[in-house]
Design a binder for this molecule. Sequence first.
Ligand code: ATP
Ligand code: MG
Length: 657
Amino acid sequence: MSPNNKTPGVIESLQTEVENFPAPPHFVETAQFGPEIYQQATQNPEEFWAEQARALHWHKPFTQTLDWSNAPFASWFGDGEINLSYNCLDRHVLAGNGDRVAIHWEGEPGDTRTITYHQLLGEVKKAANLLTSLGVTRGDRVAIYLPMIPEAVIAMLAVARIGAIHSVVFGGFSAESLRARIDDAQAKIIITADGGWRKGRVSPLKPAVDEALALATETPLSVEHVLVVQRGENDIAWEEGRDLWWHEEIAQVDDQHTAQGFPAENPLFILYTSGTTGKPKGILHTSGGYLTQASFTHRAVFDLRPETDVYWSTADIGWVTGHSYVVYGPLSNGATQVMYEGTPETPTWSRWWEIVERYGVTIFYTAPTAIRSFMKQGREVALKHDLSTIRLLGTVGEPINPEAWLWYREVIGAGTAPIVDTWWQTETGAIMISPLPGVTATKPGSAQVPIPGISIDVVDDNADHVGRGNGGLLTVTKPWPSMLRGIWGDPERFIATYWRTFGDKYFAGDGARLDADGDIWLMGRVDDVMNVSGHRLSTTEIESSLVSHPSVAEAAVVGAQDEVTGQAVVAFVILKKNQTLIGDSDQASAILTAHVGNHIGAIARPRQVFVVGELPKTRSGKIIRRLLKDVAEGREVGDTSTLADTNIMQLITEKLR
Ligand code: ATP
Ligand code: MG
């Protein structure tokens, strides 16, 4: 029996209020979207989205907005016809902006390419003709397994241009993971490279493709051709007839291509989630609604000025952020952006800041995990560089601890750049919760408010609104344009995962709380909520408390079985380089347990604190807490297939013994 009589599903919050930062006057004065936009959107959300959709080019204008009669399978702008590649390219060239730089690309070894909209369109037209010549037609699946090189963007837009479906697989995935995704989508073509530069050497990709295609699986092999971009110049095996060099084939096709319109609900891509909670899901997105929300949010949340801004999202195209905020959002808005192939620490931890300086980056979007890595190195690394062009910062992927938020603003944003903490998922397709930089006073650690046109509620297990000051389950209460249209080939799993809990509301799987102002604070995954002496506690707040200690760079907490309290808080921390306050592991436990006790209260005090060198993360950099829970409870470690570095769990297990 629980000693407190809270409503089931309510997550307790221990956090105290923090200072906020009003929108800077120059953002307010020049805001493209002022406070009235919320009111407009609330009055008639569907009409609001129709208006945003009309900002795009439609081959055939739509007359219907939302059809929800077959819920939870939505249709947006269903009778309209659109071509996404046309919207990202032809439209800007026709408007006279062909000479604008679309991509400032930098390879890890330091080689560069500058690609204008006119040039990008030319490349995409050829690639579209190439795919057509290989027999790819509307609805066919094309797998893309490429490093962060311009061909990745070109390939995606070429697939979209001919109405086919791309399935981008992150280049760090193994042959087995790649094959599983190829089989699931039944991809006809795979586009890869001989390799890509990572950490100062060529990381081979084509060999992984060869291995994937040679695996014996239950599904007959669907792949007919492998298109290979030459990037790494390494020796690779070649299967005549099946394998084709991209540069040789491209040279032979016509450079003219007229984009035709496809129905708004034509599928655009399948993308597998990052696998933090378990087996990845093949999320399906379609065209018109997806582009509407990706495009609008990229303009509104980042206050984009396409004529003057230099935008940089550090996300890989293998993740949804790379789809929506490297490819479709920025390019549909005619933005100039930076694209970088390699890792942030190659050749030194200065690399990203050199890039910011070199291209004059004005808007910078990255993940909390990257910010914490830079915190660990010390602020001097970034401060050596001229970052004065940066005017806006963004984060995505995990809750950002207030300490990291403040560091980001102060060190990277010169103490003045607003930060947009954007909450969304592969499933939502585009940003759902975020401040608007010309409107919202930002709060460190909070994603704050639904974007205009989006309805969010935080509820208890009975679907009742939790009210301000309380935590519960995050839900989306109305359909939205860029929502997933299903899980590829598995409608049952789609309904069971997202719709069965509440019936009419989309359940995101995340915990959240509403503060006294009604602002939303993400509290981590509901699966990770701990039950300590009957108190339901979230991981995020205790981790943020640990990170607020001056010696701690990163923290992960889990609830481990405990005879006395049901579950007990067990923490894993990474210490900052050159910190001197904590000498050894025994000291860490005493110091940090006391710190959390003083900071947020005795109930949250960890039973144990382990100092570790690394934490288990997905390939997109998110902490996988379920594996730490296995260790903390002395169990065999569970499914590690989505782990970026499989050695880490072994190191942690050995350390704990
Ligand atoms: P899987 O669903 O396979 O476990 P995943 O949830 O990590 O993988 P993504 O779709 O890449 O896959 O991540 C979405 C999740 O990331 C969200 O549900 C949330 O938990 C977290 N997230 C993203 N942005 C934020 C943010 N700004 N604040 C807090 N959490 C965030
Ligand atoms: Mg998820």
